[in-house]
Write a new protein. Structure first.
Ligand SMILES: Cc1cc2nc3c(=O)[nH]c(=O)nc-3n(C[C@H](O)[C@H](O)[C@H](O)COP(=O)(O)O)c2cc1C
Ligand code: SF4
Ligand code: FES
Lengths: 436, 250
């Protein structure tokens, strides 16, 4: 039996100066690199395929298969781009990973670039996390000085340069083709597909884009083998992942576990929801994944389990809200976020998210009638699946799911002429003697 | 004021990091902010000149990204996360208390030019909610009182430390690091905050670990074909992105 928690990526986070090369190397860091160099690049790809690793950035596409799509007969240079834009509301795993152990990511970048035969890799970090940018810059610098980057790495004949690139504030740049636009110095608006990044990505060259946690998982897979990795997790969702609990639990934080753990177990480990309160609703994988409720506590948190419940595993961003929280307020705030972050390229999303905010604000203020709920669902219908990228699909998720589970609460806003909740009761300091 | 030749050299150095210089535009604009205190017409001209594109092109990019400011920013950019989770946990109360205390609105700067207040979106720190930032360094687990104490300390010129980072530098100095010119502060601050370590702590207490490296479950291959992978891949969001891969077939 696998243990309940399986620290791999988080295992060294408590070490003294864990972000330094010395600390990382003392634990065998950069040894997986030599193992990879002793293999043919295609064998590295196969190892990752066999492990069953699926993308940790939200979509869950098999990582090894993605690497296999790179057309090696294409004479253009190949690129690896690490998506370190982490901006999906609720998602907070890549940032602590890069803060505590940037070398895990750098080693993963080298092995992954070797596998896809890229000699240049980019780490695109959202700009609003200064110290994380510093730590990754330093790790890359240390890796160059130690000969893990640059020319003829470890005598393998393989060359790799890594550029750390800071973004400038735009949620949409987490979407992989918008990220490429940002990385080409343009407005971050998604690209039409095809062509797909694997064929024509950065500078129209074959490009692999992977999430930080996906790439950071690669050194351990190479070090311990695909069988080790796939001994964790469930049938189709292999391996470990970082589960991020936030909100109304006693001990919010990062819990690394095999895929398939349940929220019930995680909340138990986190000391339960706050005293005197009950779980009301939660997001399994960020705000773009439909809300779930207490009836889903025992559902396995893997791609299939959450999908079967009508939501998505996403980024395992478990935002927990107890019964002190108004679901309409929560939904309106997320909707305002999507409206603000809509890149403006397509009409259903640009105009649609604006209308959603209008309708929801009125409802939150107790204005309108129950028919407006159906209007809201209609508006969602006109956006879902009709927009250019998945941002808009994510925008309607909180609305449709909250109406599905909490229609009565919307109606209560209308009958009571406003929000029946006291926002002071949901704060971190509620019940304590802190002057708000 | 026109930019110095030194700044022009640095702008070119940023471009030279990339196979195509235009890729450097985002960091170049960070450098402009560090030198000019905001995105100025002169800064836009300089980027355009260095990259051989029009000022309108540069301007179009600068206005797309929220970290670029057209109005002067104070020494300290203070962010309050008011995305849903932080808002519910008290971010809304913190933000309104600060607006009142500093007598400014959103995205405005105090009269002494010290503090610019802005409500920000989820900053990937939800396990430390409610979260604030100063010049994009984390200030975790804030309260309205702590927030007032923080901005007062900043305005008094006291040395302030991030809860998960180094001593706070000025906004212009921070922008220089984002432009890719590191300062020497990477080794300051902790490896991780307490919330980042809770799961690890529990695992250590209970003796839980990942399986021994010799464990072998055989092949874990989850999908053998693109079609199967698409069928298996997570719904909604995944679809638009996984379907892409079908197109890269042959
Ligand atoms: C609006 C939007 C925002 C996204 N934000 C992120 C992000 O911040 N980080 C990330 O890794 N993936 C994000 N994604 C998913 C990426 O497009 C892409 O699927 C992912 O980076 C691929 O890496 P993976 O296969 O390793 O998961 C986002 C997608 C959308 C539609
Ligand atoms: S769906 Fe929204 S974010 Fe995506 S391309 Fe259209 S306008 Fe932009
Ligand atoms: S919601 Fe505030 S940091 Fe995520």
């Amino acid at each position: 039996m696998t243990d309940v928690l399986t620290p791999v990526l988080t295992d060294n986070w408590g070490d003294d100066r864990s972000w330094t090369l010395d600390s990382y190397a003392a634990r065998g860091g950069y040894e997986a690199l030599d193992k990879a160099f002793a293999m043919a690049p295609d064998d590295v790809i196969n190892e990752v395929k066999e492990s069953g690793l699926r993308g940790r950035g939200g979509a869950g596409f098999p990582t090894g298969m993605k690497w296999g799509f790179i057309p090696q007969d294409n004479p253009k240079p190949k690129y690896l781009v690490v998506n370190a834009d982490e901006s999906e509301p609720g998602t907070c795993k890549d940032i602590p990973l890069m803060m505590a152990s940037p070398h895990t990511l750098v080693e993963g970048v080298i092995i992954s670039s070797y596998a896809i035969r890229a000699n240049k890799a980019f780490i695109y970090i959202r700009g609003e996390v200064l110290h994380v940018v510093r730590r990754v810059q330093r790790a890359v610098q240390e890796a160059y000085l130690a000969g893990h980057l640059g020319k003829n790495i470890h005598g393998s004949g393989f060359d790799l340069d890594v550029v750390v690139h800071a973004g400038a504030g735009a949620y949409i740049c987490g979407e992989e083709t918008a990220l490429l636009e940002g990385l080409e110095g343009r407005r971050g608006q998604p690209r039409l597909r095809p062509p797909f990044p694997a064929v024509a990505g950065l500078y129209a060259s074959p490009t692999v884009i992977n999430n930080v946690e996906s790439i950071a998982s690669v050194p351990s897979i190479i070090a311990h083998g695909h069988g080790w990795f796939s001994s964790m997790g469930t049938e189709k969702s292999k391996g470990f992942g970082i589960f991020s609990l936030s909100g109304h639990v006693q001990r919010p934080g990062q819990y690394e576990a095999p895929l398939g753990i349940t929220l019930r177990t995680l909340i138990e480990l986190a000391g339960g929801v706050r005293d005197g309160h009950e779980l009301k609703f939660w997001t399994p994988g960020g705000s773009s994944t439909p809300l779930l409720t207490a009836e889903h506590l025992d559902m396995p948190l893997d791609f299939e389990g959450v999908g079967a419940a009508g939501s998505m595993l996403g980024t395992r961003a478990l935002q927990i809200f107890d019964d002190s929280t108004c679901v309409v307020r929560a939904t309106l705030r997320w909707t305002e976020f999507y409206k603000h972050e809509s890149c403006g390229k397509c009409t259903p999303c640009r105009e649609g998210t604006w209308w959603l905010v209008q309708t929801l604000s009125a409802l939150e203020n107790g204005q309108g009638s129950e028919a407006d709920l159906d209007l809201l669902l209609d508006q969602c219908d006109n956006i879902l699946g009709r927009s250019f990228c998945a941002l808009a699909d994510g925008a309607v998720s909180p609305i449709t799911s909250s109406i599905k589970y909490f229609r009565d609460e919307y109606v209560a806003h209308l009958t009571e002429g406003g929000c029946p909740f006291d926002p002071a009761r949901s704060t971190a300091w509620a019940g304590q003697e802190v002057n708000a | 004021m026109t930019l110095t030749t030194e700044t022009y050299d640095e702008l070119r150095a940023i471009g030279a990091r990339y196979p195509e210089a235009r890729s450097g535009l985002l960091p170049m604009l960070h450098l402009v902010q560090s030198v000019e205190g905001r995105i100025t017409p002169e800064g836009i001209e300089a980027c355009a000149e260095v990259l051989g594109i029009t000022a309108a092109d540069v301007s179009g990019v600068a206005t797309f990204y929220t970290m670029y400011k057209r109005r002067p920013v104070g020494d300290y950019h203070v962010g309050v996360c008011t995305n849903t989770l932080c808002a519910v946990m008290g971010g809304d109360q913190i933000f309104s208390r600060l607006k009142e205390h500093l007598d400014v609105g959103n995205d405005e700067t105090t009269e002494d030019g010290k503090v610019t207040l802005e409500h920000i979106e989820c900053n990937a720190a939800c396990d430390y909610a409610p979260v604030m930032t100063v010049n994009w360094e984390f200030m975790d687990n804030m309260t309205p009182d702590a927030a007032v104490g923080l901005v007062d300390a900043l305005r008094d010129g006291a040395e302030v430390h991030s809860t998960r980072g180094p001593r706070i530098v000025t906004w212009r100095e921070a922008e220089r690091v984002l432009a890719g010119f590191p300062d020497d502060l990477a080794d300051e601050g902790p490896a991780a905050g307490p919330a980042s370590l809770v799961g690890l702590g529990i695992a250590r207490d209970r003796g839980w670990t990942a399986p021994h490296p010799d464990t072998d479950a055989g092949s874990g291959r989850t999908a053998d074909s693109k079609q199967e992978a698409v069928a298996q891949a997570d719904t909604g969001r995944a679809e638009t992105e996984t379907k892409q891969e079908e197109g890269s077939d042959d």
